[in-house]
Design a protein around this ligand. Structure first.
Ligand code: MD3
Ligand code: FE
Length: 211
């Protein structure tokens, strides 16, 4: 489709791994800084917390959310809630973050939730599926900011071979179709590989339709 046509041009991923689409360098440095400024405003209202799994293990990432619903975990289980553990309503999803959803999701419905994960030092995330949402026909869109993260992609069931790709600051990942229920995780981050975050580390923003 030509650029001036009314319907949006469907962007093409730079890499596709097992159906997971990676848009490398989607955001330039100025875009990333503008997004980071909006994330700072979110975190002032809804501070990052160190979550605990239902079995009582501390997660190594720090988390908060924006949007109508936020994903939380504690002794009570994995779930979405309408408020932060401190009782405040989650802030709105920042406009720069929402704009990425609109550009790459191919979905006419907006996201209910934006999970914000901060990886500092040795933080990582084990292989898991995202399945706390009601309808897996909607894609998940994720944005990487800051230090590089080693993203691991497995299969629709646990076990089997995996593939890895380093996600860099400004990369966008879309998991739609069959890839929506693929096992995935972050093995490690490359500390100091980016100067975007003043305290160092990696930020990941993940947008989802929940209900
Ligand atoms: C593939 N976060 O919060 S984002 C998560 O970088 C999560 O913080 C990782 O996995 C992070 O649940 C990976 C990329 C991602 C997000 C959701 C997916 C990949 C996905 C859902 C289905 C398949
Ligand atoms: Fe996930």
């Amino acid at each position: 489709m030509r650029k001036n046509d009314e319907e949006a041009v469907t962007p093409q991923p730079t890499v596709v791994l097992r159906g997971v689409q990676v848009f490398q360098g989607w955001l330039d440095r100025a875009d990333q800084l503008a997004m980071l400024a909006q994330i700072r405003d979110v975190v002032q209202v809804a501070p990052l917390v160190q979550p605990v799994t239902p079995s009582g293990r501390k997660m190594s990432v720090q988390m908060t959310s924006a949007g109508k619903l936020g994903w939380i975990t504690d002794r009570g289980g994995y779930r979405y809630e309408t408020t932060h553990p401190n009782g405040t309503t989650w802030p709105e999803i920042p406009s720069t973050v929402r704009a990425v959803w609109d550009a790459v999701s191919g979905s006419s419905r907006g996201p209910d939730s934006c999970l914000i994960n901060l990886y500092r030092e040795a933080a990582k995330m084990g292989l898991h599926q995202d399945r706390n949402e009601a309808d897996f026909s909607y894609p998940v869109v994720s944005i990487s900011l800051g230090d590089d993260g080693l993203f691991r992609i497995g299969n629709m069931t646990r076990g089997g071979t995996t593939e890895k790709i380093w996600l860099k600051s400004g990369d966008v990942v879309v998991m739609g179709g069959d890839a929506r229920l693929i096992f995935h995780g972050i093995d490690k981050t490359r500390l100091g590989s980016s100067t975007l975050l003043s305290g160092g580390g990696r930020l990941n923003l993940t947008m989802r339709v929940v209900t």
